[in-house]
Write a protein that binds this ligand. Structure first.
Ligand code: ATP
Ligand code: ATP
Ligand code: MG
Ligand code: MG
Ligand code: MG
Ligand code: MG
Ligand code: MG
Length: 249
């Protein structure tokens, strides 16, 4: 196919291989989901079907791309860890990033009606994506700890914020003002004293985000099979990693 006088333009396509033997993290994030959530009347602070739809799209990515060994999701974002020996598309950055991002997006759209049977999609959602390379297992652990700590901080803030608005009758401006400069313990206290909400009893999905791993699943009359499961467990402490050494291998 080399042959026309136009073919030289192909040489402008530069190779974009990623460093070998390095962990890859693909993070995708909904584009303009503040507006998307409003347009589709997501329940505040946490729309559960919307989170389940994200989990479903992430599970599909893991079913399709076997190099993905762990995924973590919160709000409109998901992070995927690819094993460091991954040789998918010869480790070409744009190929891996664009394929995973568009696959996730397609599943999100295809499965929308399953989670929102009475809410037609008003416009096509899109996701941005990036790939970050991490040289050591410690970096990977710290990355996922960073995302889960972010989940906690955002969820605590949003939970108090929307309690002030929905139950406390404050305007969104007032609620922002009330929370200005508040620390974590103060938010917990405010939630309990004013609204009777014990933060630690809220659903783990909201507090911890979604953790997707491959795990042996027992089924009656069948051999146990490795399947992607959705957990809402802690990924900051050692236990999660110590019991799943294959993730960082
Ligand atoms: P960007 O395009 O820069 O990512 P964004 O509007 O998507 O902008 P984010 O920081 O990604 O901003 O935040 C996503 C926003 O989407 C949240 O702040 C929240 O308002 C909304 N959102 C996403 N998922 C949910 C959900 N399950 N329930 C309620 N709101 C949600
Ligand atoms: P890769 O994943 O590397 O892109 P590919 O299978 O998509 O592999 P391409 O070189 O992109 O290969 O070629 C796309 C192929 O899809 C075409 O060769 C053709 O077989 C098929 N195809 C795409 N669009 C059409 C169409 N409109 N009508 C018929 N066949 C099509
Ligand atoms: Mg973003
Ligand atoms: Mg976003
Ligand atoms: Mg986001
Ligand atoms: Mg083509
Ligand atoms: Mg093609």
């Amino acid at each position: 196919m080399a042959g026309t006088r136009f073919s030289y333009v192909k040489n402008f396509e530069l190779p974009d291989p990623m460093l070998p033997d390095t962990y890859l993290v693909v993070r995708i994030d909904g584009h303009g989901f503040h507006k998307f959530a409003d347009a589709h009347e997501f329940t505040k602070p946490n729309d559960e079907p919307a989170l389940e739809l994200m989990d479903t799209a992430a599970r599909a990515v893991m079913d399709e791309f076997k190099d993905v060994v762990l995924a973590f999701g919160e709000s409109d974002e998901f992070s995927f860890l690819l094993r460091k020996s991954c040789s998918l598309y010869s480790r070409r950055q744009s190929k891996i990033l664009s394929t995973i991002t568009s696959y996730f997006t397609s599943v999100y759209v295809m499965q929308w009606a399953t989670f929102f049977p009475n809410k037609p999609l008003k416009y096509p959602p899109s996701f941005d994506g990036r790939i970050i390379l991490y040289p050591t297992a410690q970096h990977v652990r710290d990355y996922f700890a960073w995302r889960q700590a972010d989940t906690h901080i955002n969820n605590l803030y949003n939970t108090v914020f929307w309690a002030l608005v929905q139950q406390g009758g404050e305007s969104t401006t007032q609620a922002h003002e009330t929370l200005k400069g508040s620390v974590s313990s103060g938010k917990n206290e405010l939630l309990f004293s004013r609204f009777g909400i014990n933060y630690s009893t809220l659903p783990a999905r909201f507090r911890k985000g979604s953790v997707l791993v491959r795990q042996l699943v027992e089924e009656p009359d069948k051999r146990p099979k490795k399947k992607v499961v959705v957990l809402h467990s802690d990924v900051i402490e050692n236990e999660f990693w110590d019991t799943r050494p294959e993730i960082l291998s």
